[in-house]
Design a binder for this molecule. Sequence first.
Ligand code: MG
Length: 381
Amino acid sequence: MKNIAIFGSTGSIGKNTLSVARKLSNRFKVVGLSTNSDIKTLSTQIREFRPLFVCVRDKEAALKLKRALSSRVKIFAGEEGLVELAEEKRISQFVFAISGSAALEPLLSAIKSNKDIALANKEALVMAGPLIMRMAAKARVRIIPVDSEQSAIWQCLEGQEKQKLRTIYLTASGGPLLNKSKTALRRISISSVLKHPRWKMGKKITVDSATLMNKGLEFIEAMFLFNVGWDKIKILVHPEALIHSMVEFVDGVVLAQLSATDMRIPIQYALSYPERLNSSLSRLDFYRLKSLNFRRPDTLKFPCLGLAYQAAKELGTLPAVMNAANEIAVEEFLKERLSFIMIPEVVARVMRKHRNISSPGLNDIREADSWARREAHRFIN
Ligand code: MG
């Protein structure tokens, strides 16, 4: 029996993780849950799973929950509450399903408490990848990817000699705007951006999928997760999203990982790793599959990808700056204060203005992050 705690249990990945845990309740016990402010969903989850600990990041919402709840679950509150949850001894594995930079501090605490981590959040690794991976190696903590692409690469590399890896093909569905023209992007609405053709996900990641920044974040994340240089990773647009990524070795052999487009599949593997467990989820039917298509990503139409390549090459504090500016731009886009095509403009502008620090410490990263947020806001205003 594994005791798991989910950071971000009320979001899309969080709910999918609970759905996996519900089906495999003989293997996984949910002992911790957290939400930003959605205490309604959290209350329902508390009633069903009876965790020992919960955390609500919004302090007012945490108070409300405390007043409403009759069960004896321990409630943490605020950013510091997330860190306290990460330090709880009775948890054997953490699932990081919160989106954005908010995951960084609790992730660092979770690593320090020597517990394995199933990681769905991308932003923390993009911000502080080398630091996180070094800390994890030192603490002998396994960081197991949840994201479908990283999980695919992880599975393809399993048992292989890392030095024999030639290329990682990071696949991309292309997002909801793949076939729109560059001029159509000028007047694209929020609702068409939020309609992803393959995956149902949270708002931030869906906007990132539309700008292709999501793939850019994954590109940088893969460099750290698999310890490879930017020149070893190629992004491949694959609209069917059935091949979740591939790796090519020096002898020309390519291994691919395929499965139905359902996040619960990589989530289950991240929880059960290194074991494979039975699953009743949908399976691929190759007799009904018509074709698999591939093409090169269009960096002119989707400039965020080019910005991510630049951050990947320069590293230092630049990926954190890119990420922070993007988080603000996406927030403002969702509030209808910024147009879709201005998202990469904001990110590019903040990146251009940044004085990069190579081999940064945690404080350099935190400072670069808040500087970039201020700059992004200033530019938008
Ligand atoms: Mg992905």
